[in-house]
Write a protein that binds this ligand. Structure first.
Ligand code: AMP
Length: 453
């Protein structure tokens, strides 16, 4: 199927051509016709499947129809609610790219920055608003935003909203929406609370499911490195001697930890920056821009960035520490191998993380190959012995559902506002079980260059 077959208007087709998109991804193919017909949608999909375009393209088309009611001219007609600033920015960039030949105005709002530029833009008039929940409620309470003319509402990454503790804010926003509207609901997983929220806000939705969380891992080449905790730094430097690794996204569990990795890398002459919730919005955006431009070779991120970062052709993800929630592993490595390209994920596992490795392998349904060909290799036996010893000493890291270990108390004084904090992992729910369930993949070996991000 081609985009031409989807009944899209010429300005959109032209923009998609500029983006280099020819074929819709499965989620786009399945969602766009239903959304254009005005139906509600329940999409079980995560980033990397093309879900942003799946809702943005038909929304732009629907909103381009002439509006009879001139009063709605200056009010917001479509709202996209998304959990993180990075995602919000990327979604707005998508509206900008796909809507470049249309006269619709869009705006992105999020916390952690001054509100003046945002309220000024709202005064000028906005058709499509992309927002994170905290800042949206804030500006609504101050009277800058009224949702009474919303025709289209998108709830993006609903499960992530739950994980991050935003679900009550989301419900408050929903309470202010007009009853008659079209709702598009996206979530990578469907925990009970999210399913019941979907049931209450959707009317006869069309259901679309692509690439369940556990299956995304399959197209990514994964390698596990057993290593002592104290050797992780040297192992990272050793791997980065390979100049074919042009850029890599390194995941650390804590903000403090990611700053430390950046320091070590810089000391070794490797350009690196950190991106996490304690960095100002500007610093985060700058770090992301530098990384995309390959000015910075290594971007070290905490999990708040895991779903938000969309870097075209990112070939390497390195898990410096294994996450205690197995789905997080899949989300992290899903930053590479996007849009059908291949990707490699290296993971470091020390004795205390052995349990996390077991959970991850159970979720993805495969044993991650172990690489022993490096100077810091720890044998499987040593890993097991260390794991048993750590367990006996009560030193294993908290399992899923518990708070992350070693909370970053050092920077509590400058604790970021709620909307900027690292996700509250305690709310995380299990993903749909491994292989099989309605699995549909989108492979395109020759993915055209996307100029959108
Ligand atoms: P998303 O799942 O929305 O985060 O999109 C994943 C990536 O795929 C983004 O870089 C998009 O720009 C890109 N993309 C989305 N749809 C298409 C398409 N039909 N053809 C090529 N690239 C696409």
């Amino acid at each position: 199927m081609l985009f031409q077959d989807l009944d899209l208007i010429e300005p959109l087709l032209k923009a998609l051509q500029t983006e280099g998109y020819t074929q819709p991804t499965p989620i786009q193919e399945q969602s766009i016709p239903s959304i254009l017909q005005g139906k509600d949608l329940l999409g079980c999909a995560q980033t990397g499947t093309g879900k942003t375009a799946a809702f943005a393209i038909p929304m732009l088309q629907l909103l381009s129809k002439p509006h009879q009611n001139t009063k709605v001219h200056k009010t917001v007609k479509a709202l996209v609610l998304t959990p993180t600033r990075e995602l919000a920015i990327q979604i707005e960039e998508s509206f900008k790219a796909y809507g470049k030949n249309l006269p619709l105005r869009h705006l992105v709002i999020f916390g952690g920055v001054g509100q003046k530029a945002q309220t000024d833009a709202l005064h000028r008039g906005v058709d499509i608003l992309v927002a994170t929940p905290g800042r949206l409620l804030d500006l609504m309470n101050q009277g800058f935003i009224n949702l009474k003319d919303i025709e289209l509402f998108v709830l993006d990454e609903a499960d992530r909203m739950l994980d991050m503790g935003f679900i009550h804010d989301v419900k408050k926003v929903i309470a202010k929406l007009p009853a008659i509207r079209q709702t598009l609901f996206f979530s990578a997983t469907m925990p009970k609370e999210i399913q019941s929220l979907a049931d209450t806000i959707l009317r006869n939705p069309v259901k679309v499911e692509v690439t369940p969380v556990s299956s995304t891992a399959e197209k990514i080449q994964q390698q596990m490195f057993f290593v002592e905790k104290n050797d992780k730094k040297d192992l990272l430097l050793h791997l980065l001697k390979d100049k074919t690794i042009e850029t890599a996204l390194v995941f650390a569990r804590t903000k403090h930890g990611s700053d430390r990795i950046v320091k070590d890398l810089i000391k070794a002459g490797i350009k690196a920056e950190a991106i996490h919730g304690n960095k100002s919005q500007n610093a985060r955006q700058r770090a992301l821009t530098n990384f995309k431009a390959k000015v910075t070779r290594i971007l070290v991120a905490t999990d708040i960035a895991a779903r938000g970062i969309d870097v075209d052709e990112l070939a390497y993800v390195i898990n410096y520490e294994l996450p205690n929630i197995p789905e997080t592993y899949v989300h992290r490595i899903g930053r590479t191998g996007r849009a059908g390209l291949s990707g490699t994920a290296f993971s470091f596992c020390d004795s205390e993380e052995k349990e996390f490795l077991d959970d991850i392998e159970k979720l993805i349904g495969l044993k991650i190959p172990v690489t022993e060909d490096h100077p810091y290799a720890m044998s499987w036996q040593s890993l097991l012995a260390g794991a048993a010893e750590a367990k006996a000493k009560g030193k294993t890291k908290p399992a899923r559902g518990a708070r992350p270990s070693r909370p970053d108390r050092s920077d509590r004084a400058q604790r970021a506002p709620r909307s900027e904090r690292e996700p509250n992992l305690s709310g995380a729910k299990k993903a749909p079980s491994a292989a099989g369930t309605g699995k549909k993949k989108w492979f395109s070996k020759n993915k055209p260059k996307n100029t959108n991000s």
